[in-house]
Write a protein that binds this ligand. Structure first.
Ligand code: DC
Length: 207
């Protein structure tokens, strides 16, 4: 079973996808972490994420970034990730790795922006997880504040809108709901309610 979970930044798709994977005993891949690793590699090497050639080279070095490195979750890294993610060469370099995980014998849940449209267009179930920009910004703000980061809600909301526009407006694999994806709006749902809804959708689709 392959489950694709796509949606905009801070919609809660990471937490949801992880919970779906553990509920059904599937592998889990956070594909955003791959783009973040490219961004972080470039930041650490004093490179400009907008430098197309350097970004493609950086994509071949993602294995050098520790997947548990807390810097992967920084806002700065997220912004750099959003820039490198618009680079077709970077996307192509990361595609096989994602598809190989999707093909794991036990099945997998992948979360990202283009899983249902590009990486796994034949996924058994596709979820498009979203929430209002204000709720997403507030969730991200609480998360970062909890980690002691010095950020304001306004900054986060502004950055989120910029990233939404960049992720949705890019030519290569833009963030878009696949025609056959189920829309899951988590604006008024907590994680338990969202999981319940997702499990119901997956059950209906796969039974
Ligand atoms: O989900 P995230 O915030 O960790 O993703 C970081 C950036 O990577 C985001 O701005 C968009 C990009 N991304 C993408 O283009 N395609 C994916 N499958 C996953 C993430």
């Amino acid at each position: 079973m392959i489950i694709a979970v796509d949606g905009p930044v801070a919609a809660g798709k990471g937490t949801l996808a992880r919970r779906i994977a553990s509920h059904f005993g599937l592998k889990y891949l956070d594909t955003g972490a791959l783009y973040r690793a490219v961004g972080l590699y470039m930041i650490r090497n004093n490179q400009d994420p907008a430098d197309q050639e350097a970004a493609v080279t950086a994509a071949r070095h993602v294995g050098e970034i520790d997947p548990t490195d807390p810097a992967l979750r920084d806002e700065k890294t997220g912004s750099a990730a959003s820039v490198v993610a618009a680079n077709q060469g970077v996307r192509a370099a990361l595609l096989d790795y994602q598809r190989n995980i999707a093909k794991s014998p036990e099945g997998a849940v992948l979360d990202g922006r283009d899983i249902g449209t590009v990486v796994c267009p034949d996924a058994d179930v596709k979820l498009f997880v979203t929430a209002s920009a204000e709720v997403r910004a507030d969730r991200r703000f609480q998360e970062l504040k909890g980690k002691g980061q010095n950020v304001t809600y306004e900054e986060i909301l502004e950055d989120l809108k910029v990233r939404d526009a960049r992720d949705s407006g890019r030519k290569s694999a833009p963030l878009v709901k696949a025609d056959d994806a189920h829309l899951l709006d988590t604006t008024k749902l907590d994680i338990e309610a969202a999981l319940e809804k997702a499990v119901e959708i997956i059950g209906n689709q796969t039974s």
